[in-house]
Design a protein around this ligand. Sequence first.
Ligand code: ATP
Ligand code: MG
Length: 176
Amino acid sequence: YRMGKLSMSEMIIETAEKFRTQNMHPIVFIDDASDVMIEGDRERLAQVLMNLIGNAIKFSPQGGNVTISLKNDFKNLHVTIQDQGIGIPAEDIPKLFSKFQRIDNSSRRKIGGTGLGLAICQEIILKHDGHIWIDSQEGLGTAIHFELPLLAETVEYTAHEGAEENPPVMIVEDDM
Ligand code: ATP
Ligand code: MG
């Protein structure tokens, strides 16, 4: 891993742009307090975002919104990728972080993939001392969450600046 200081908000906006098409574009919410640095491997974290945003779009064949939000709880950065797609049956959720696990049912048969994406995402997030988890309801949509520890120096900075007193500013990437 090639670790360096990264802005997760920049990476999210960059990756969301890559998925922008005429019918589907991810909406990004980042408040000021969340625009802080983390320590990570840029290429590998980009791979995580590509797979998670790619999944959200791929498993939303009827469309709907894909929303990516970034929150800072002054200890961790918390990224949520939420879709309004086909969702995941509760009993399948725990299996999906293992390699080659896909769900094979009629609503999914036409959607391609190897089943490696989430296993790789989890490996990368764990290597960054983070966590990743899934919250989903079949037929309603899925939220994938991951958390990464903030750089110690950023935690101090945000604490001193009293970011909690400042109301968060919302950037909505929704200009199409
Ligand atoms: P790959 O990422 O290797 O191209 P894949 O997308 O099928 O293939 P994963 O990203 O590991 O594999 O996802 C595993 C399975 O989890 C998927 O096949 C799908 O059944 C389910 N899944 C993942 N993300 C979502 C989502 N956002 N909505 C619904 N199902 C999902
Ligand atoms: Mg995938």
